[in-house]
Write a protein that binds this ligand. Sequence first.
Ligand code: CA
Ligand code: CA
Length: 588
Amino acid sequence: MMFKMFLFRICTISMILSVVQVQKPLFAQHTSDGIRLNQVGFYPNGPKLAIVSGDKYTDFTVLNASSGKVVFKGKLGPQRTSQHSGKVTRPADFTSIIKPGKYVIALSETVKSAPFEIKKNVHKSVAQAALKGFYYQRASIELPEKYAGKWARPAGHPDTRVLIHPSAVSEGRPENFVISAPGGWYDAGDYNKYIVNSGITMGTLLSLYEDFPLYFENFNTNIPESNNSVPDLLDEVIYNLRWMLAMQDPADGGVYHKLTNPRFDGMIMPDAADKPRYVVQKNTVATLDFVAVMAQAGRIFRNFENKLPGLSDSCLVAAVKGWEWAKKNPDVYYNQNEINAKFDPDIVTGAYGDRGAADEWIWAASEMYASTGKSDYLKGVDLKTGAPMPLPTWNMVQALGYYTLLRTAENLKTEAAIVDPVRKSITAFSDELLKELEKQPYHTVMGKNAKDYAWGSSSVAANQGIALLNTFKLTKDRKYLLAALGNLDYLLGRNATTYCFLTGFGSKKVMHPHHRLSIADGIADPVPGLLSGGPNPGQQDKCATYTSKFADESFTDDDCSYASNEIAINWNAPMVYLSAAIEALMEK
Ligand SMILES: [Ca+2]
Ligand SMILES: [Ca+2]
């Protein structure tokens, strides 16, 4: 409790300090929360839109940020009304400014936006930071200042002496048998490592590489592996891949659900953590997620055999063994409450309990087919293309399989009967998103439906962007690309909360994510490059600092808020994908 009070005091002091700091910069005394825009900036050749809240203004100007000279005068577009709050907004379109520079939007002498940039490669630093965010999440390793800057820290959670939990006992691995499974990324604001959530995260990052391999030849994130002539995106992925490989029972191919403390660590740094760690029950969902990741990784690393000898083979062998285990054990589900009723110690960390594996079969089968060319893997798997495509989430991954079937169809000469319905499904999903875009209060497909503001809504926006980009690839119709860019604008500030959701970026920054590393390190700035979960009207954390219950505003930049302001690897991965893919496509 004392520790909590102490933290509270630090937060209060840093809040006062940040208020003082805000008053210093040139334009900040006039900076208005009423002008919402991508706070990072815009492409010279791209659309440029700000959203003005309220109905007080009819005109706007754009000023050169250093000279104050007016460079553009415009009329605000027609009024729109938020379906969530009933509040009105008007768009300010300044697409016609194509000259690179720093600008400010003004509604009056005193009501102005913070400065923003128009420049080429405007989101490259965003994409690099979002990928670097994974480096900061690395377990079991020291982060030296050379790579981590002021967020340098000693190693923690070595995970070289991990116990077999009684729920995970098998022949040759009795209770409390010791295995070694070091490395990998911390999952989120906590320090545990979950196979299911690693699944979608790895699939998203590996797909980014497969979709844009050339872009990553020149994409450096200043990590220890930056000069090894393997793309840094893949180096980062390998750090988690090697941990995942250690989570497979070598005797039978089944994969443990997670590597975890029984209870969450306190708000401490990793090197202060000393609780025992366990692997828990092998199950079908975790194993199929593992299979999909290993199949995809094995396929990609075939091209790196001289730099990473044997890695591709190890992944493909692990994938086949996992597939065989899942075939023999098709309905073993992780139920934490049941396990706790039967075994000790009780495990109360993130459950990631998923009671439906039909989507994991689709994803795993698609990856196995794509890596082996053997269509037998798809036999007997219902691709479920008759129903609307569900957006990827940690427990609903079939779209990851669709993207892979789409990506590899030409090379594999996949039967039209298989891939045509997949193409239709992805396109139908995007067309549904685009309906009535012109009526949306922030002119984004994100937020059209209240259900978009689920837990981790930022990842909904990013994953919608990925679906749109896949549709752009299919159709070459630029409207899908621009709608994806609109969701990136949403994440970087064009939203009802006024925040830029990626730590370290924007004029209105997230400063207090629910993230143990950022809370415990004593550094005012949070670890950079992490995507805050975003608005979630569930408000399950019951934090006292929410200022609105409206779905699109239900966010608080407070470290108590695990429901709206946590970070997580499965949210960061689509942010990396969206920002990097937009860079690759807009700068073509
Ligand atoms: Ca590298
Ligand atoms: Ca599932």
